[in-house]
Design a protein around this ligand. Sequence first.
Ligand code: FES
Length: 123
Amino acid sequence: MSETPYEAGPLWLCQADELDEIAEGRARGFDPRQIGQDSVFVVRHAGRLHAWRNACPHIDGAPMAWRKDAYTNAAGTHIVCSAHGAQFEPATGHCVRGPCLGQSLTAIEMDIRSDGSVWLRTH
Ligand code: FES
């Protein structure tokens, strides 16, 4: 899968109120590099937000959702890759079931600034 190279420096993600709309156990995808598909998703788990690259470790770079924002299982307990069903812990990104057992998603650091803007520190 070809991708635009990652750029150095912070990358604007969204306004913080968009993250407030993410319910517990649910996620939202973002396209901060404006490549026409969501390259990052943010999941809320135990009240905390975690950002991950939308790239399954099973097949390098494979997008994970089968439709917009569909990154978690019905119960909201795990992140699920729609391709082959790998399940990941939302807080750690570790694969706990499926073909990439023991591998992990790639974490992305977020910075929420005082003006309410959300930036990606690593992306
Ligand atoms: S590509 Fe994600 S489980 Fe196979």
